[in-house]
Design a protein around this ligand. Structure first.
Ligand SMILES: Nc1nc2c(ncn2[C@@H]2O[C@H](COP(=O)(O)OP(=O)(O)OP(=O)(O)O)[C@@H](O)[C@H]2O)c(=O)[nH]1
Length: 502
């Protein structure tokens, strides 16, 4: 016969993998098999394991690594529900019968006075209280937000319902409308596109303060004045918005709120997009030119979401310095196959859409910098050929390293060859090693209007797209020729603005 031994109350075991808590094991009973030899006791422990733990297959033991699903910082699906409208009420008129004799006594006089205070409209009809409006759901662009990551933790938002008309019973002048629920305002980073789930575009919240009402709160129910039984049926037939409660009272119910599934997609808003292979020095460039402090490390994919930095205006422009202020976006490194989604490339490439000027950062000390540059251009072309029509400059980085410095002129030449000229003459080389594309039409020339023979877009090679506005050799780490690079970036921006103003 098996004897039951109750476990010590404190015995429960938690097991975890990484930060995920899988379950609790509570030993329930230990069976001592008395049929076995007295020296050998077989204890069997049956355990109650929480459902989540049971879901783990035998291959996924608690201490084996489980791949966590990737959480997109820039894409998320959320569900919002606006608040229901508050209910109205069924009210009886105070003292329906006309008084047979004039009011006598203080109490009756007061009753009559109250009745005469009932709210009426201009036509003399009674104004009955209504249920409160349900809370709307509004999504707005907030400068303080920079990613959509938090929506992975909380993806459901419910606005509050409107308040009911305070009481059932007799209509008095004290009765108020139900309280309207406040709108539920959900902040998102500027640049967020709001779409119906797998559906139509609702809004592009590009600037701080932009907002959209995504779910309208339900309207509050109206109130009814109780009618004699014989006319009740008629009233009910006329009103669709009525419901009976447990005590067979007719309620004027508030309208239900809306339930909406939305897709939020963030597209970074920046004037300048830094692109390049991992480890090219994009984050170092951002840190050297702005107050941004992105993670910098000697391994690829240090940057996993775009970092933004603000480039101050150029004081040499005098009062016009503000026109050269810009936002720089350091995008995660692109790799071959990025346009197919490799290394989350498609997500990163999407962020270039709102940039005006691209800065290709190339590690000039790498094994084959020209090939690296080609790879990035090819990925841009495959994702969206329009990106290659956009004005851009090339930054050949790490020229503090001898192998980079020595090959700077040849690299510049080779890169210039990988593009067609938008003007007739050859690009000029500045004294500091920067090569600039000639600009016979002045500052505001349309750089995207390539004079290359018009080819079908799908037949176009990288060579058929415009050359860079400038190629600058720099070391962003050591601060070599950084000013030269900034000058080129600002000149490029002015060109872009010229295009937009035109
Ligand atoms: N010698 C030298 N090293 C540099 C220079 N610029 C960046 N580096 C180094 O290159 C490495 C990569 O720099 P990051 O700025 O993280 O490169 P990234 O392109 O942002 O890399 P991802 O985040 O992977 O896209 C770091 O160790 C930097 O210190 C430079 O001008 N000279």
């Amino acid at each position: 016969m098996a004897s039951l031994i109750s476990p010590p109350p404190s015995t429960s075991y938690l097991f975890r993998h990484k930060s995920s808590f899988y379950g609790t094991v509570f030993p329930q009973r230990c069976e001592q098999d008395s049929n076995k030899s007295k020296n050998v006791r077989f204890l069997s422990v049956s355990c109650r394991i929480s459902t989540r733990a049971k879901e783990l297959s035998s291959a996924q033991k608690p201490n084996t690594l489980i791949k966590e699903p990737h959480k997109y910082f820039d894409q998320v699906i959320i569900t919002v529900r606006s608040g229901d409208g508050g209910h109205g009420a069924v009210l009886a008129m105070p003292n329906q019968r006309p008084p047979s004799k004039p009011p006598q006594g203080k109490h009756e006089k007061e009753k009559l006075r109250r009745k005469s205070l009932l709210k009426r409209d201009f036509g003399g009809a009674l104004v009955l209280p209504v249920g409160g409006h349900g809370g709307d759901v509004v999504i707005y662009a907030d400068e303080g937000k920079d990613s959509l990551l938090e929506f992975h933790a909380k993806s459901r938002f419910n606005a509050k319902r409107g308040g009911n008309v305070a009481a059932m019973g007799v209509l008095t002048s004290q009765l108020h409308d139900g309280l309207s629920a406040p709108a539920l305002r959900i902040p998102v980073p500027p640049g967020t596109v709001v779409k119906r789930k797998r559906g139509t575009l609702l809004a592009d919240l590009a600037r701080p303060g932009d907002e959209i009402l995504v779910a309208r709160g339900g309207q509050g129910g109206i109130s009814l004045v109780e009618t004699p039984e014989r006319s009740k049926k008629k009233v009910m037939a006329l009103t669709t918005n009525v419901m009976r409660d447990d005590s067979d009272k007719v309620l004027a119910v508030g309208q239900p709120g809306e339930d909406v599934s939305l897709e939020l997609i963030l597209r970074v808003v920046a004037d300048v997009g830094l692109v390049g292979l991992p480890n090219a020095g994009k984050s170092t460039l951002l840190a050297a030119t702005t107050l941004a402090r992105p993670d910098i490390a000697d391994y690829p994919f240090t940057t996993l979401m775009p970092n933004l930095g603000r480039l101050d205006g150029d004081p040499s422009l005098g009062p016009g310095m503000y026109s050269s202020e810009a936002t720089l976006a350091d995008l995660p490194g692109l790799i071959e196959g990025a346009h197919l989604g490799k290394g989350l490339g498609r997500n990163f490439l999407r962020h270039l859409r709102r940039t005006r000027l691209l800065v290709h950062v190339v590690d000039a000390a790498a094994e084959d910098p020209v090939n690296d540059y080609r790879t990035v251009k090819e990925e841009l072309r495959m994702y969206n050929p329009d990106y290659l029509d956009r004005p851009y400059i090339v930054v050949l980085n790490k020229i503090d390293l001898p192998q980079a410095k020595d090959r700077l002129p040849s690299l510049t030449e080779e890169i210039m060859r990988l593009g067609c000229d938008t003007a007739s003459s050859e690009p000029e080389t500045s004294t500091a090693g920067a090569v600039k594309r000639p600009d016979p039409e002045g500052e505001n020339a349309d750089v995207s209007s390539s004079k290359a023979p018009t080819k079908d877009r799908k037949d176009k090679d990288i060579e058929d797209y415009p050359r860079p506005l400038a190629i600058v050799g720099v070391s962003v780490l050591k601060g070599i020729r950084v000013n030269e690079m900034l000058k080129a970036i600002r000149a490029g921006l002015r060109k872009c603005r010229g295009i937009n103003e035109a």
